[in-house]
Design a protein around this ligand. Structure first.
Ligand code: IPD
Ligand code: CA
Ligand code: CA
Length: 286
């Protein structure tokens, strides 16, 4: 349980409470608070426009990315000192409680730098599963869209507290499909060649610039499907749960779990057909 001050309490057996609802009760207000601060900072705060590049010249980080991750990490560890935290901007705390938080402080930093709406705060609470870390509670907060997506494992997916389900386009040919391109300069040419093979089979393609929002948009039916190669865990940890709890399949190729190798999310019928189109296009090889 988390009290109104955000401090979590141990269960009778001495273990910190790791119930998905408890974890979400900590993450959601934190994501909303950080999202509001990101929006405020767009009004002339130098921290939103102070930009460095990371892995490549197009992989950007602002002072707000760093502030947001520090703030989220501090607040989580103040409430749950035995948890771990893994974040894009360097947070790497190994915990002992069995819960690790996977944080993307701003997903869609390129949009943020351009003051475009497609950015969000993404926080996932994960536990060890049979096939790697499993997200049990998730929040994705998109301030300029006024959207807060939440999910708990087995508890459904929500947008602004209303239950969501993924859409069901009548056929792959009617599907609007999102995708993304990694920052590695060697990848986009190959990824564009795959897109060229996919376009004739679908209705249209979108490149939104935030993997977490792409997945949440599959969850609420704004997109009919989404795929990307080369994501990091924090890009999809929270939003994959939102998508699956909304009825989508979110997997890698050939039944693999979603990973940096490949993420495809879609309603089940579209998933099967698009999976085969992407596999035939050798979409996972970059
Ligand atoms: C990026 C976004 C983008 C995706 C990239 C990610 P960032 O995350 O999610 O849509 O195509 O692969 O790295 O850098 O904005 O956190
Ligand atoms: Ca990201
Ligand atoms: Ca980021």
């Amino acid at each position: 349980m988390t009290d109104p001050h955000g401090q979590s309490h141990a269960q009778p057996d001495g273990q910190p409470d790791a119930a998905p609802d408890t974890l979400l009760a900590l993450a959601r207000p934190l994501a909303e608070e950080v999202a509001a601060e990101l929006e405020r900072a767009l009004e002339g705060d130098r921290r939103a426009t102070t930009v460095d590049s990371k892995s490549t010249g197009t992989d950007l980080v602002t002072e707000m990315d760093r502030w947001a991750e520090r703030h989220i990490t501090e607040r989580i560890l103040a409430a749950r000192p035995h948890d771990g935290v893994l974040g894009e901007e360097g947070a790497d705390v190994v915990g002992t409680s069995g819960v690790t938080w996977c944080v993307d402080p701003i997903d869609g930093t390129v949009n943020y730098v351009h003051a475009m709406p497609g950015f969000c705060v993404s926080i996932a609470a994960q536990v060890a599963g049979e096939r790697g870390p499993e997200t049990v509670a998730a929040v994705v907060a998109s301030p300029l869209h006024r959207d807060v997506f939440t999910a708990t494992r087995g508890g459904g997916a929500f947008r602004n507290d209303r239950p969501i389900r993924c859409g069901a386009p009548p056929s792959l040919g009617r599907a609007v499909v999102g995708t993304g391109f990694g920052y590695d300069p060697d990848h986009p040419a190959r990824q564009a060649a795959v897109v060229a093979q996919v376009i004739p089979r679908i209705a249209d393609v979108r490149r939104g610039g935030s993997a977490a929002l792409d997945l949440c948009w599959v969850a609420c039916g704004r997109l009919d499907a989404y795929w990307e190669v080369g994501l990091n865990p924090w890009d999809h940890a929270a939003a994959s749960l939102v998508a699956t709890e909304a009825g989508a399949r979110c997997e890698g190729l050939h039944g693999a779990p979603p990973s940096s190798a490949f993420v495809l999310a879609a309603p089940p019928d579209v998933f099967a057909e698009l999976h085969d189109v992407l596999a035939a296009a050798d979409a996972a090889s970059v």
